[in-house]
Design a binder for this molecule. Structure first.
Ligand code: MSP
Length: 644
């Protein structure tokens, strides 16, 4: 069966930052992994170029919109090319084939009776290209996602009958528990759908920078809503709308998205596909957000991390490794030079790089660089078994997008290799005249490095090719089959010297972001070591930051019947979909008084059931003999603002 992997298409209103790079790295890694396994895999990425936001950005820069879009789109494409991202197609929504495909889809949905004309009036956020109901606005005016002022828009619009697909969507989520990954994210989508879906306005008359209506509708006033246009890229890239489209790769196997755009991909997109009578993708994988030194990245703070800058300083593959190792898929991650340097020095340089250098050195001394696996099984069955076990666990982790677990498991191989060298000390064996044993240990490590490099290659393709070259083999589907699946050992070969692959990094190689400096100790806090008792009571700053605290706004609140203590709240944390929080505060707050007030929420708490209701977070509160009060920001903050 073929595979089809996609990234979101990136808006062309600014250059790529590490959040974009992260999505692209995961998708590229997954593609390379599938190809390594011999799967016929197609990888799509590209740029999203229509809509009012892009039109306004172009005006700000004094450029014709198309020229502006061309320039920014090229910066994404060039960056991915520099990073050797293995995409098969880079789509642009201004491509004429794409526009035709979107018009065709619109016609099909219209003919089916799923699109009708009416009027729309609502609060519209230009920046997010989204309408919001009044109850969700901050202070009755500001966008709950980005905090910018919304404007009231009343216009004639075509509507998509989203409400018609409510039951079918709920059934699909229930029948396919892995449709949304990680599974923990499915609840917010299901709750949103259960809350009732309103038909979706899918055209605009207030601007012109968008895909025009199909000619058959003869209605030039309208252009397509940018999300309808954008989502269709996943099928127009395969030729949807063309007479000769073969759509061989559809349905997609995995569509990667950030958590902020999960609602569009897990609700609107499948509903559009149902309307088009097309099958739904197998997985929508929603990843978390990256911050820098614990702070949200923004142009105004000047702390946006440029992936090119990091790659120039530290190497793109080190950055790939760091990002995929650092965060559990689905959770937010923090970029800091300290954390990156720590991983380069301890995991890449010490665990992996040194291991290779050690066997190059030893085989040079003991066997003129010749490595023979002949005695490995005799002396190292225990290590081979442990290695095979770790290797056999890898596929599950990758299929579930748990790249951090995948790499953690893979690193067990290097631990086995390093431990074997310490335990069997080949240099002692040589002195004791046990040359066979010494050489078997060196060959064991060579095999470990070979097998691990194959499995590391989707994450670090170039570096692992250098290792493979030193070990005289090529990383491809046949070496994957022989060395990993069939568990064969390397044939007799001569190892080659290589320059150190991961030079140690002694100090940060980039200037720190202005906003990050005052907080720099966040990630580098010295350990308290002098007083045992104090140490017991203190936590590392990193432990504190494992708790994700965020500012949210209560958009719905109701009493839980038959409960003395519980209120059921819907809290907007800027994730596109509200969280349900069941809080034990009924004795101190009436439900109504909480509406549209800000709260501080523990956002990465495992969901729990309270009186049969899911609770997906916890409110911060202080309680003493006078009662309980909620902890709130002193001044209103944008929803989703991290606390810490
Ligand atoms: N154009 C839409 C997607 C349309 S897909 C049919 C869009 N573009 S975007 O450029 O704003 O974002 C693209 C992706 O980058 C999203 O998945 C988003 O989650 C991700 N990120 C943007 N900022 C991010 C971080 N700070 N961290 C991680 N990813 C983030 O949305």
């Amino acid at each position: 069966m073929s595979k089809y992997i996609t990234t979101p298409i990136y808006y062309v209103n600014g250059e790529a930052h590490i959040g974009h790079a992260y999505t692209t790295f995961i998708a590229d890694t997954m593609t390379r992994y599938e190809k390594l396994k011999g799967e016929d895999t197609y990888f799509l990425t590209g740029t999203d170029e229509h809509g009012q936001k892009i039109e306004e950005s172009a005006q700000k820069y004094g450029k014709p919109t198309q020229e502006f879009a061309d320039e920014i789109s090229a910066t994404f494409k060039n960056l991915w090319d520099e990073f050797e991202i293995s995409y098969d197609k880079f789509i642009r929504t201004t491509d004429s084939d794409h526009k035709k495909g979107v018009q065709k889809a619109f016609e099909v949905m219209y003919a089916k009776g799923d699109i009708y004309k009416d009027f729309y009036e609502g609060h519209y956020c230009v920046s997010c290209e989204t309408f919001f109901p009044e109850t969700q606005l901050v202070d009755g005016e500001f966008c709950p996602d980005c905090g910018r002022a919304t404007s009231i828009v009343k216009e004639e619009s075509y509507f998509f009958k989203l409400s018609k697909y409510e039951d079918a969507l709920l059934k699909h989520y229930a029948d396919n528990p892995d449709f949304i990954l990680p599974r923990s994210r499915a609840n917010e989508v299901i709750n949103f759908v259960k809350g009732g879906l309103r038909d979706l306005s899918v055209t605009r008359t207030s601007f012109t920078w968008g895909v025009k209506m199909p000619e058959s509708l003869n209605d030039d006033k309208h252009v397509m809503y940018v999300w309808l246009d954008a989502l269709m890229n996943y099928i127009t890239a395969l030729g949807y709308g063309k007479d000769d489209a073969n759509m061989k790769y559809w349905p997609a196997s995995t569509q990667f998205v950030g958590k902020d755009i999960l609602r569009f991909h897990a609700i609107y997109w499948p509903a559009f596909l149902m309307s088009l009578d097309l099958p739904l993708p197998e997985h929508i994988g929603a990843h978390g957000w990256w911050t820098r030194d614990g702070e949200k990245m923004s142009k105004s703070k000047g702390n946006v991390v440029s992936p090119r800058e990091v790659a120039d300083a530290y190497g793109v593959e080190n950055l790939r490794y760091f990002m995929l190792r650092e965060v559990p898929f689905g959770q937010d991650g923090d970029f800091s030079q300290r954390a990156l340097i720590d991983r380069i020095n301890s995991e890449l340089s010490n665990d992996l790089g040194n291991l290779l250098n050690r066997i190059i050195g030893m085989s040079g001394k003991y066997s003129d660089f010749e490595i023979d696996s002949v005695d490995v099984l005799k002396y190292h069955k225990k290590e081979l078994d442990a290695m095979d076990e770790a290797l056999s666990n890898l596929d599950d982790f990758m299929q579930n997008m748990q790249t951090h677990r995948y790499l953690e498991e893979l690193w067990k191989l290097f631990a086995i290799g390093n431990k074997a060298i310490e335990e069997y000390a080949p240099w002692v064996k040589m002195k004791e005249n046990k040359r066979d044993e010494a050489l078997a240990t060196v060959a064991l490590v060579a095999n470990i490095l070979a097998k691990a490099s194959i499995m590391l290659s989707p994450v670090m393709p170039k570096t692992t090719n250098i290792i493979a070259d030193a070990l005289n083999f090529t990383i491809d589907n046949s070496s994957y089959k022989e060395l990993v699946l069939e568990k064969k050992l390397l044939k007799l070969f001569n190892i080659k010297s290589v320059p150190p692959l991961f030079p140690r990094v002694e100090e940060p190689l980039m200037t720190e972001a202005p906003a990050a400096q005052p907080n720099a100790p966040k990630n580098t806090a010295p350990e308290v070591k002098d007083d045992k008792k104090e140490e017991d009571n203190l936590i590392e700053i990193g432990q504190f930051f494992e708790t994700s605290l965020k500012v949210g706004i209560v958009v719905e609140a109701e009493e839980v019947p038959k409960s003395k203590k519980l209120l059921k709240l819907q809290v907007d944390l800027g994730e596109g979909i509200n969280r349900q929080v069941v809080a034990g505060i009924k004795e101190f707050y009436c439900a109504e008084s909480l509406l549209n007030t800000q709260v501080c929420v523990v956002a990465n708490l495992k969901p729990a059931k309270l009186m049969g209701m899911m609770s997906e977070g916890m409110l911060l509160a202080a309680k003493d003999e006078d009662g309980l009060c909620l902890i709130r920001p002193e001044k209103p903050k944008k929803v989703g603002t991290p606390i810490g």
